[in-house]
Write a protein that binds this ligand. Structure first.
Ligand SMILES: [Zn+2]
Length: 129
């Protein structure tokens, strides 16, 4: 599958770009297709508010219930530890795949995103000490 449209936004951040690609390649084919075949799905780098959080999810125009399919990543993920960065990327892709909803019996959207990301092999790293 061709992920160029989803990795191009990170061209100025080669390490982050490589990490986004490696997460995309690890996703189940069903999820890859959902992203690649949806013209409303996209990724972006956010440069506007350095130091504020790791990601944000932007609402995109579209029919009701189909918004928020854009994953925006912060430049500082370029220099964050690899396992943490990949977990963050997978967590955000999980939100996008779940349309910011729950997963199966998990109704909490954050727990759902963590559980789905973990099912793809990207576990939440233990908190830094
Ligand atoms: Zn989240």
């Amino acid at each position: 599958m061709n992920f160029a449209a989803l990795t191009d936004p990170f061209v100025d951040y080669p390490l982050l770009q490589e990490r986004v690609l490696s997460v995309l390649q690890a996703l189940p084919e069903e999820v890859q297709r959902d992203f690649v075949e949806d013209p409303r799905f996209g990724t972006a780098i956010d440069n506007y508010e350095p130091g504020k959080g790791w990601t944000l999810l932007m609402p995109m125009p579209g029919p009701p219930g189909e918004a928020s399919r854009r994953v925006v990543l912060r430049p500082k993920l370029e220099v964050a530890p690899e396992a943490f960065t990949k977990y963050i990327i997978a967590h955000e892709f999980a939100h996008a795949f779940l349309r910011n909803g729950g997963w199966g019996e998990i109704t909490d959207v954050e727990e759902a995103a963590d559980a789905l990301a973990a099912s793809w092999g990207f576990h939440k790293p233990p908190p830094a000490r």
